[in-house]
Design a protein. Sequence first.
Length: 66
Amino acid sequence: MDQWDGLTVKARWEWVRWIQFTKNPDTRSRRIEVTFSKLKAGKKRPCCFDLTRCTVTEVSNNGILR
């Protein structure tokens, strides 16, 4: 998908973490569909995703995905 290729690494991580952040499989499936739809519409990042609650120590030295 060209839109995905055009995103920064940070933006890609935001989409992936937004999808994975929920434990409910139905919500996760809906988020995947929303991701494709928003990317096709030109959106660069998911809305309403609180990055302060998303920590990935392998990605960020301080544990917060930036």
